[in-house]
Each structure stands twice: as structure tokens, then as C-alpha cells.
Ligand binder design. Structure first.
Ligand code: HEC
Length: 191
């Protein structure tokens, strides 16, 4: 509990500092991680928007299902880092957080509850030791207006049925605009 609280407090402090005056200069890794998060987010959004324009949200489910993974894999291959998305409540069980990610996500959720701007939340840490040592980074993903069609609380029944068909264990609904949907997560070995 203490760790969770202090993590949330640190995140909130960092978010506030970043807003108040750019006093938290990012390390090179953090700057690159932030850029990669933006790149992955943009590529997913472009694919999503194109699919919605072409065939509506129904067609876009297939794009999220079949292209989100490969797009993240492309960004991983191009960058040499391991890049993906996770959340406390996931649609695809394959995106479920590991213990470290869950702890950071819980910290993000507490910071958001305390009023931090979700888009400003990120966290970095070097974990493990020896050959297993990795630099890890997470950046919170806010629920945007276009996300609620498939992740909100008022999902079209036909759409909901189609989502259930591919994701019988879906937990990723009920998100309000601006709330914490999940996070980009990435890492690389330090050796
Ligand atoms: C057309 C429906 C649709 C829309 C719109 C949509 N998503 Fe998703 N989202 C999905 C599907 C389907 C998955 C599961 C993808 C997979 O299998 O990896 C998913 C997965 C995710 C995940 C990975 C964690 C998880 O729950 O499995 C995140 C994070 C996410 N979406 C965020 C967003 C955000 C942010 C937006 C708005 C910019 C958005 N989504 C819009 C359908 C949608």
C-alpha cells in the first residue's frame, strides 16, 4: 500500500512539475520512449480512422483485432525495443499487464483519481539485474472521444455483440472520455 501511494504521489508530483515549469528534463531513453509512444498511437489512430471512415466501427473492430498487434510489432522491429499496449481492464487477454506494469497502472489510476492529467502520466525504471536488467517505460493512454464507441458505456448493441464474439472475456468497456484507458509499455535490455 505504501509503495502504491508513494508511486501515485511521485507521478502526481512529476505531472504537476511538468505542467508548472519544464523542470523534469527527459533522459534520452525517456524522450525516445515518448516519441515511440506517439508514433504507435498515431499509427493505430490512422488505421482506426481509415477503417471507421470506410466501413464504420463494425469494420474497425477487425482492424483493431488484426492490425494492432502487427503495428506494435512493426514499431518494435524498427526501434529494436519491445513496444506494446496494456491496461488494468483489457479487451484482449494477451495485453494483460505483468506485475510491474500492473503496479505502474495502479499508480496512474490513483494519480488520475487525484486530478492529474492522464495524458501527462509516464513512468520509467530500470528493473532486474545482470543479463535480465531492462529499462522499462510506460505512458498513460487517455480515453479519447472516438474511443468510447468501442470502450465506452453506451456501445451500440450490434457492435457490442461483434466485440463479444472475438473477445468473450472483454473487460475494456465503461470508460469515460478523459479517463485512463491503458498505457503504452516498452522496454529494452540495458546491456
Ligand atoms: C472499433 C472499435 C474500437 C475503437 C473505436 C477503439 N478500440 Fe481500442 N480496442 C479495440 C479492440 C478490438 C481491441 C483489442 C485489440 C487486440 O486484440 O489487441 C482494443 C484494444 C485496445 C487497447 C489494448 C488493451 C486491451 O484492452 O486489450 C487499448 C489500450 C485501446 N484499445 C485503447 C483505445 C483508444 C485509446 C481508443 C481511441 C483512440 C480506442 N482504443 C478505440 C477496439 C476499439
Amino acid at each position: 500500500m505504501f509503495i502504491r501511494l508513494s508511486l501515485a504521489a511521485t507521478l502526481l508530483l512529476l505531472a504537476n512539475l511538468a505542467v508548472a515549469a519544464d523542470v523534469t528534463p527527459p533522459t534520452d531513453d525517456a524522450a525516445r520512449a515518448n516519441a515511440l509512444s506517439q508514433q504507435l498511437g498515431e499509427r493505430l489512430k490512422v488505421a482506426l480512422q481509415a477503417a471507421i471512415k470506410q466501413g464504420g466501427p463494425m469494420a474497425a473492430i477487425t482492424v483493431c483485432r488484426d492490425e494492432a498487434g502487427p503495428i506494435a510489432a512493426d514499431v518494435s522491429r524498427e526501434s529494436g525495443w519491445t513496444v506494446g499496449r496494456t491496461a488494468l481492464r483489457v479487451r484482449n487477454p494477451a495485453n494483460a499487464p505483468d506485475a510491474w506494469e500492473r503496479q505502474i497502472l495502479e499508480g496512474f489510476a490513483m494519480a488520475a483519481e487525484d486530478g492529474a492529467n492522464v495524458a501527462g502520466l509516464s513512468f520509467q525504471e530500470t528493473t532486474g539485474s545482470g543479463e535480465a536488467q531492462r529499462w522499462r517505460y510506460m505512458k498513460a493512454i487517455p480515453t479519447g472521444p472516438m474511443c468510447t464507441a468501442c470502450h465506452g458505456s453506451n456501445i451500440d448493441p450490434a457492435l457490442e455483440e461483434a466485440i463479444r464474439a472475438s473477445y468473450p472475456e472483454d473487460q475494456a468497456t465503461g470508460f469515460a472520455p478523459g479517463s485512463l484507458r491503458g498505457a503504452f509499455t516498452m522496454s529494452h535490455p540495458t546491456l
